[in-house]
Ligand binder design. Structure first.
Ligand SMILES: [Zn+2]
Length: 300
């Protein structure tokens, strides 16, 4: 009997340890490896590689049992005209929903862009950190919250055409598939997979100070450095990330945002932004911080 008690205590504590991260490193990394493989040729908007990335994300949304959050499906297709290069692009946002258990009309948009810059001079720009890392976390968070829904609804958005000027998020806020006034927060992830100093930045709480205190509590318990900044009220101009990625489109509409990202590294927008340079333990810890932030903010 005594033996059994000790054994069960051991089992309980080992389970607790295993649950220290609810997001699986292997799953995160397999998404990153696929999305940043040479076969996808850098996922440039309106290319075959980009369509293959979209197909991969759609298959996961379906496999995980998520509800479509486009008008009729997960897809939100759109066109836009770019002046540099002069071209009309076809693009597609991918939208999925986990309906809230108590206040479904309050929605948090959790997002990451899946496009990257494609090929240049015959070299594939793989975009492992930028932004296969964000999409990997988006997929694993979607899977987790589908199994563990929150009081508020969560809309998971994989944006297209970020690299051409935040076009996917811009299209979504212009033609939102849920009323814009229902969206209480955007949590955006762009480059979250590596940092030599093991630092992740959160930008947004400077603009929306009411978001800061719970993040401080989560940061204190994190095994990585969680820093705040790159924003008002104390940015230098070049250092301000307020409009550096898709969250900027939400901020323009007055919707609070939190952007999670690392400082630029030597492989940023280089053909060497590869999956083997992602730091799996750091990356998982960042995804875990984001999971905890969502748990906190997705309730009354
Ligand atoms: Zn990016």
């Amino acid at each position: 009997m005594k033996y059994l008690i000790i054994l069960s205590l051991l089992l309980v504590s080992s389970t607790a340890f295993a649950q220290a991260s609810m997001i699986a490193t292997d799953s995160l990394m397999s998404h990153v490896r696929f999305l940043s493989s040479d076969a996808l040729k850098g996922r440039e908007t309106d290319s075959e590689g980009n369509a293959a990335a979209a197909a991969y994300i759609l298959q996961r949304f379906e496999d995980y049992g998520l509800m479509p959050a486009g008008k009729e499906s997960y897809r939100q297709p759109f066109h836009f005209y770019s002046r540099f290069p002069k071209k009309t692009y076809k693009a597609t946002n991918l939208l999925a929903m986990v309906k809230g258990t108590e206040v479904p009309d309050s929605v948090i948009v959790i997002s990451a862009h899946y496009d990257h810059v494609g090929e240049r001079g015959g070299e594939v720009y793989n975009g492992a950190d930028d932004n296969a890392s964000g999409v990997g976390a988006l997929l694993e968070l979607a899977r987790y919250f589908q199994a563990n829904p929150t009081p508020y609804s969560l809309l998971f958005a994989a944006w297209d055409a970020e690299e051409v000027g935040l076009r996917g998020a811009n299209h979504f806020v212009d033609e939102p598939t849920v009323p814009l006034e229902h969206i209480i927060l955007n949590i955006n992830m762009d480059m979250i997979g590596r940092n030599a100093k093991e630092q992740i930045y959160i930008c947004g709480a400077g603009h929306y100070p009411e978001l800061r205190a719970p993040l401080d509590r989560i940061a204190q318990k994190a095994p990585i450095q969680v820093r705040f900044g790159h924003e008002a009220p104390t940015p230098t101009r070049s250092d301000d990330w307020t409009y550096a990625s898709d969250h900027g489109e939400f901020h323009k509409k007055g919707i609070p945002f939190l952007y999670f990202g690392v400082e630029d590294h030597e492989d940023y927008h280089q053909p060497t932004d590869d999956a083997d340079r992602i730091m799996p333990v750091f990356y998982t810890a960042v995804a875990e911080v984001i999971r905890k932030a969502i748990l906190h903010f997705a309730r009354p």
